[in-house]
Design a protein around this ligand. Structure first.
Ligand SMILES: [Zn+2]
Length: 126
């Protein structure tokens, strides 16, 4: 559970020391230039919605969560592609302040239950 604590305290991404690209979730190699010269960086725990899309077609395993709101959030430290929660699709807007929260995800096909980061509006605390 050390990882969960890690995630709760901090949203960690990876920065490429070769080209400077910051990516999330962390990867062992840069998706832009394939360099393995990367280091973990803190992305912060809050940010603003840059753009978002509402997925009305349920994805297998996510039927109970439809519609899904997928947003690109700028945390200042990097850009995070994430799911928004605690908000209705028509309440989301570009520039909305959001903060990270940890949720249990749907069980994957191999039975693993991952904890994943989602973002929720900053104004609400539920
Ligand atoms: Zn790179």
């Amino acid at each position: 559970m050390w990882r969960l604590k890690d995630i709760l305290l901090n949203l960690v991404g990876t920065k490429c020391l070769n080209c400077g690209h910051v990516f999330y979730p962390p990867k062992a190699a840069c998706p832009k230039c394939s360099s393995r010269n990367v280091k973990k960086v803190s992305l912060g725990t809050s940010g603003k919605v840059i753009t978002y899309t509402v997925v009305n077609v349920p994805i297998e395993g996510f039927e109970s969560m439809s519609p899904l709101i997928i947003a690109l959030v700028d945390t200042g430290g990097g850009k995070v592609l994430t799911q928004l929660t605690n908000v209705k699709p028509d309440e989301v807007y570009v520039g909305m302040e959001v903060e990270a929260t940890v949720r249990r995800s749907a069980t994957t096909l191999d039975g693993y239950v991952p904890y994943i980061i989602k973002f929720k509006p900053k104004e609400r605390y539920s």
